[in-house]
Design a protein around this ligand. Sequence first.
Ligand code: PDD
Length: 288
Amino acid sequence: MSRIAYVNGLYVPFESAAVHVEDRGYQFADGVYEVIAVHKGRMVDADPHFDRLWRSLAELSIDPAMSREALAHVLLETLRRNRLREGILYLQMTRGVAKRDHGFPKEPRTALVITARRGGRPSPKGMEDGVEVLMVPDIRWDRCNIKSVSLLPNVLAKQAAREGGAFEAWQVDKDGFVTEGSSTNAWIVDGDGNLVTRQLESAILSGIIRLVLQDLAASAGIKVIERAFTADEARDASEAFLTSTTSFVLPVVRIDGEPIGDGLPGPVTKKLRELYDGHFEGRGRNSP
Ligand code: PDD
């Protein structure tokens, strides 16, 4: 079956789906995006994804292309036309097409593109063996809470990880504190079995799995401490893991080639993964 993409009001064949050369997303990275998991034909945790999208748009003064209800409808229609029940949805809103000029256009018309694809699930091997991360300097801007399509530093960080044989790069700020991965949030388990993850601020993205996991951990009696931790603290942690829509909860067992603890996925991480898997299986709350 051929894939279908949604581009500015039209459902078009994926192979020929295209935006104008003067789309400001293409020329200035002037736009935002979301990646939403699809399970049993439904969006997982659509509400917090929509909340974050609306926050990102407001931060950049980009008008939403449509109402939340209309967007949910178009996303679900894209799934239907692709006959997709398991996979991921990608959506991107930009400040639209205008003559190239850095300042905002006078009458911007927000552009919306949606694609859907199979896959986007963590490999079982990653859970069994755990993954390695490399520490890299965080060279991003001061507004990483916005889910902007401007991802060049993240691209370079991920590529550095790949070239170093690692799964992910953890970015470290000028004071030696880990911010987050190139496309994931970063967590460690401290000596008392508490979870530690960086506080929400402009240095990190408010991950949806991060949010969901905080609730799941609390209901299982596991304490979450939101604070910055250093790269050295991560190396000495009893466990470490990362979270994202496409990684779920993934154990980190090596940092820069050195094992964390005994170099195997730890019990707290395994428990959290079980909790998240259960949540995902139930398709989450509030899913249209
Ligand atoms: N990335 N931090 C960054 C920089 C991210 O790009 C992402 C998501 C996350 C985790 O957010 P969430 O739990 O909502 O997936 C944290 C997506 C998956 C991507 O760019 O493909």
